[in-house]
Ligand binder design. Structure first.
Ligand code: TRP
Ligand code: ZN
Length: 884
């Protein structure tokens, strides 16, 4: 089939549904080849619909239709029309009426993992965004909210456990070795929150008493044998429930909360009402199988999905353009939760790193779209860093503008006004404006304008007047479909650091007294000037403290100012920021120097900063670990921005790393010894922070050029590791070396863990991210290894997507072989699982920033994909938009 231009869906064309559904009763008989779904809907015409005589149109894909009945009477085939996407019922009454539909679907053939599918013999569903239509005919849009009663029937041996949303109302045995369970969810919900699970599952159980004293049963279901790896997830769930009560006054609403962990899942996890389904990677953890980072991700994702119960489920989205209404807000909430559970500065640093690594390139490239997009071909392509991460930054800016108490008032008002509704971004922002008493009219532009604003700052000190003048200006480059931008409302948190390293009290001209050592300036015009008075000495400005807005700041700071801030700024984020900027400058200098053979820039000042940090025992070791790690190769590439040569960047970074390692060998060795963690493993932030610093030292020690000691140390570290964090830190070093230790350690690791699919994924990723020149050949060989399976999204992400997204030097190999390989895999996977294929293709989005040779090769690979016949909407949209 030729790719005819698939239809673009537009926000401007939103219309209310012609019909509403009040109740859904499903009767589902599970079978791998033909699952029979009997659906009984209570339907009525929507009084608010403008189309008073529109037919009833139901979505449905890959279904076999058996029967349609209206008020108990079979509808003859000329009463309706069916095509591959819809069932249209002519002459539907205004109702209320009942509509019964009998269909079959085939979970066994479902490789796209949307709708009802089998994940290693467990029946499970994924309905967001539009998977429910692969289970039955339905108005599959979030503004149609109904209560669900779900009766599931299955063979008792194959599927002893049968779950759905809500509370269990009945269950029992049937003839022929079958049994059933009946679930009822009293909360009206959109179809995307429906879930069903059936299979052989074990579980762990706990209880939580809510703030009003209700007891809630908590269960985590896993494949039998994995019950001993659920404890951390369960504790994280209880912490999340408690936190949402304390911080937002939000209580859980059903009698039971269930989580099911499955191995085949397109994303991280899904917030289905009362029945979250998780990628098992974000549930299963034990000290010997999961790293500190895995534990942290489990805690964050459990919290995220749980928090959706209020921000997403109780208040859902009117349409998919409003996705940030639930995702941006829920990410903001999970970030705050993690900040309260762990180190706030370290969390902020890692969130900003993530935003810059994924969202900034999106906003600066061909796939740029507003936080609330206005058009899409395939909604699955809009579960992006922009909607999630930038969406969270918008909530954070409102929080910064309001302060915590007024923000809470705004949130309370939002829940009060919109509980039980399918809401819009306007509903959210006006609740916050009213509840927090803020003017957010101009702020709304953040939701509709794409692109990362750039803020330029310049300051002058007047020694005679003891005043400091700060001029801020903003500009946002054109993005697809948006040549001109109006000024944003940008909160700029800032301080002025005096020569003694202390913050100077901030008093603006016209104010009677200083307001504090740190304050938020409102930049709303294209250019604004702020006059500070009573400034005793020339300060260094510390701007955008805590990264108070998702912008690119150019503060025109000299190297000397950055060195000053990286040791003195009272804001821990900006101290890190200054160090990173300083190092980036150094590295970009080295990239240039590489070209003219000058390797003299040794990073002495940066090494001095590290030395001072390592010597200061009052600091949080995790924070120190963040401070001492050099900016990534991707960060350097992004900063250079054009004609990027990944080989030169890799070489420059390795040179600097080696030079720092040589200069600080003794200090790193000392810290490595001092931060040994004794006693039983604990994943808490304290122990994890110590390991993180110690392992950062290990990486430096192994980076001493030509050092056999470094390799030996890494090998010893691997052999002595009593937890996965240390084992992976050692393997991360060994994966890159071209020594026998490489094969020895990787073979040992595989041998030990070949039966644990999650650990095997780590083994695949270690090899996918290796900087060795033979990496691509090895990856190709691994695609035929028993550990790999193209139908498993975790396998594909571990081996191929991680190579394309994170191995800058090998994916961007000069000969273009990396591009060709990934393009082949995108096409192969597109026939099985379009969502995962489209995501993999995202690695081509920055193709225009590379030097001419690579740029041409990336463009050729993209064109080859775009011109392939029979593409999914998912891959078609990404390929054509990336090339545009
Ligand atoms: N709503 C999920 C979240 O918590 C995202 C998600 C899970 C999803 N599975 C999906 C989105 C499948 C699209 C398709 O963020
Ligand atoms: Zn979410």
């Amino acid at each position: 089939m030729k790719n005819e231009d698939p239809r673009t869906i537009r926000l401007a064309e939103y219309t209310a549904p012609a019909f509403l559904i009040d109740e859904v009763a499903l009767d589902i008989s599970l079978d791998p080849k033909a699952t029979r779904v009997h659906s009984r809907l209570t339907v009525r015409r929507n009084p608010d619909s403008k189309a008073a005589d529109a037919p009833l149109v139901l979505d449905g894909e890959k279904l076999t239709l058996h029967e349609v009945k209206l008020n108990g009477e079979t509808v003859s085939p000329n009463g309706y029309q069916v095509d591959e996407a819809q069932l249209t019922l002519f002459d539907a009454p205004d109702g209320p009426f009942t509509l019964e539909i009998v269909t079959d679907c085939a979970p066994e053939e479902n490789t796209a993992l949307t709708g009802l599918y089998l994940s290693s013999d467990i029946y499970c569903t994924q309905c967001e965004a539009q998977g429910f239509r692969r289970i039955t005919y339905f108005p599959d849009r979030p503004d149609v909210m109904a209560t669900y009663r779900t009766r599931i029937e299955a063979n008792k041996t194959d599927a002893p456990v049968l779950l759905s949303n809500g509370n269990l109302e009945a269950s029992g045995d049937l003839d022929g070795g079958r049994h059933f369970a009946e679930w009822h969810d009293p909360f009206p919900k959109p179809s995307y929150l429906f879930a069903l699970v059936g299979g052989k599952l074990g579980h762990v159980e706990d209880k939580f008493t809510t703030m009003s004293g209700r007891e809630v049963t908590l269960r985590i279901y896993v494949e039998p044998g994995n019950e001993d790896r659920c404890a951390y997830a369960m504790e994280a769930l209880k912490r999340s429930m408690k936190w949402d009560e304390e911080r937002f006054g939000r209580e859980y609403d059903l009698d039971i909360f269930m989580i099911v962990a499955v191995s085949a899942f397109n994303m991280g996890a899904m917030e289905n009402k009362g029945l979250n389904v998780f990628n098992d990677k974000y549930i299963l953890a034990r000290a010997d199988t999961a790293t500190d980072a895995d534990y942290a991700a489990i805690e964050a994702i459990i919290a995220h999905e749980y928090f959706h119960n209020w921000t997403g489920n109780r208040i859902t989205c009117r349409d998919w353009f409003q996705l940030c209404l639930k995702e941006g807000l829920t990410v903001f909430r999970d970030q705050e939760f993690t900040s309260d559970m762990r180190s706030r500065p370290v969390k902020r640093i890692s969130d900003v790193k993530l935003l810059r690594a994924h969202q900034f390139p999106e906003d600066g490239g061909p796939l740029a779209h507003p936080v609330r997009p206005d058009a899409y071909i395939e909604i699955n392509n809009f579960y992006t860093a922009t909607v999630y991460e930038k969406g969270a930054e918008l909530c954070r800016m409102i929080h910064t503008l309001a302060g915590p108490e007024r923000f809470r008032k705004g949130m309370d008002l939002y829940f009060e006004r919109h509980d039980g509704e399918a809401a819009t971004v306007e509903d959210f922002v006006s609740s916050l404006a009213d509840g927090a008493d803020l003017d957010l009219d101009q702020f709304m532009r953040w939701y509709s304008q794409s692109g990362t604003p750039e803020v330029l700052a310049s300051g002058t000190y007047d020694a005679t007047r003891k005043s400091y003048t700060l001029t801020l200006s903003q500009v946002c480059q054109p993005t697809p479909g948006q040549p001109k931008k109006a000024p944003y409302h940008i909160p700029v948190a800032m301080g002025l650091v005096g020569p003694d390293g202390n913050d100077i009290p901030l008093q603006l001209q016209g104010e009677d007294a200083p307001i504090g050592p740190s304050r938020v300036l409102n930049l709303t015009e294209q250019e604004q000037t702020f006059h500070f008075v009573n400034v005793p000495a020339k300060p260094v400005p510390s701007l955008l403290r805590g990264f108070s807005a998702p912008v690119k700041l150019n503060a025109n700071l000299k190297e000397r100012d950055l060195m000053f801030l990286m040791t003195h700024d009272s804001d821990p984020f900006n101290r890190w920021e200054a160090a990173q900027r300083y190092a980036t400058g150094l590295l970009i200098g080295l990239v240039g120097a590489q070209a003219n053979g000058d390797k003299n820039r040794q990073g002495t000042a940066f090494a001095d900063m590290i030395r001072a940090l390592l010597a200061d025992s009052s600091l949080d070791p995790d924070y120190v670990a963040q401070m001492i790690v050099l900016p990534s190769e991707q960060t350097i590439a992004q900063t250079i921005g054009k004609d990027v040569d990944p080989d030169a960047i890799h070489a420059a970074r390795e040179t600097l790393r080696g030079s720092i390692a040589v200069q600080l060998r003794d200090e790193f060795a000392k810290t490595y010894e001092a931060f040994r963690v004794d006693g039983p493993y604990s994943p808490d932030a304290d122990h994890a922070g110590r390991r993180s610093l110690r392992n950062a030292c290990l990486a430096y020690l192994a980076a001493v050029p030509g050092s056999q000691d470094g390799v030996a140390l890494a090998l010893a570290h691997y052999r002595q590791a009593t937890n996965m964090t240390d084992a992976m830190a050692a393997l991360g070093v060994l994966a890159n070396v071209e020594e026998p230790a490489h094969d020895e350690a990787l073979a040992d690791f595989y041998d030990r863990w070949k039966d644990n699919h999650l650990v095997v994924d780590k083994w695949l990723t270690l090899q996918a991210l290796s900087t060795r020149p033979d990496t691509l050949d090895r990856i190709k060989r691994l695609t035929t290894h028993p550990a790999f399976n193209i139908k498993g999204p975790n396998k594909v992400r571990a081996l191929i997507t991680s190579f394309a997204a994170a191995n800058q030097v090998r994916f961007h190999a000069e000969d273009g072989a990396g591009y060709e390989f990934v393009a082949d895999k995108v096409l192969e996977l597109d026939r099985l699982n379009p969502q995962v294929a489209a995501r993999m293709l995202g690695s081509f989005k920055s193709w225009r920033q590379f030097e001419a040779g690579r740029r041409a090769k990336m463009e050729a690979a993209l064109k080859r994909i775009a011109e392939t016949e029979g593409l999914s909407r998912d891959v078609y949209e990404i390929a054509t938009k990336t090339l545009a």
